[in-house]
Design a protein. Structure first.
Length: 145
């Protein structure tokens, strides 16, 4: 009986792990409206290679990868959380103006090739290799190379 109970717990645990990482391919029309609008506004000339939805028990997120290698990640509401450019720069309209201003003043030869945000901060990756961290009020709080 003890072995059966342990086996049952293991099977349930494995099933939970498999379901927790549930990625599936989706159509752009299945993205939240906010994400669809963001793509239309900032990546209008790009072709989508793949769109994925990651649905686990506690959260849902979306990844959109374009044929030129650029990538955008969205949260469950369709708000962008991460933008990466393989070919050039992150679209200027996606970078908050105070961050754009500080980067252009302090790093005039660098391009913004990635930006990630969460509730507390923004992380900006530059073509020069520098990574800048800004707080939610757009104050520069850290620099890494």
């Amino acid at each position: 009986m003890k072995r059966f109970l342990i086996l049952l717990v293991c099977v349930f645990g494995l099933q939970t792990l498999v379901k927790a990482d549930n990625e599936k391919l989706i159509q752009i029309s299945q993205l939240p409206a906010t994400a669809q609008q963001f793509i239309q506004n900032h990546f209008a000339g790009c072709t989508v290679a793949v769109a994925k939805m990651d649905d686990d028990y506690f959260d849902k997120s979306y990844d959109v990868i374009f044929t030129n290698g650029d990538k955008v990640e969205f949260d469950k509401k369709g708000e962008w959380t991460d933008i990466r450019s393989k070919t050039g720069t992150v679209p200027a309209g996606t970078v908050p103006a105070p961050i754009q201003k500080q980067v252009s003043e302090k790093y005039p030869d660098a391009r913004i090739i990635g930006i990630e945000r969460d509730r507390r901060q923004y992380e900006v990756k530059l073509s020069s290799g520098w990574e800048l961290t800004f707080d939610k009020n757009f104050n520069l709080v850290d620099i890494d190379d």
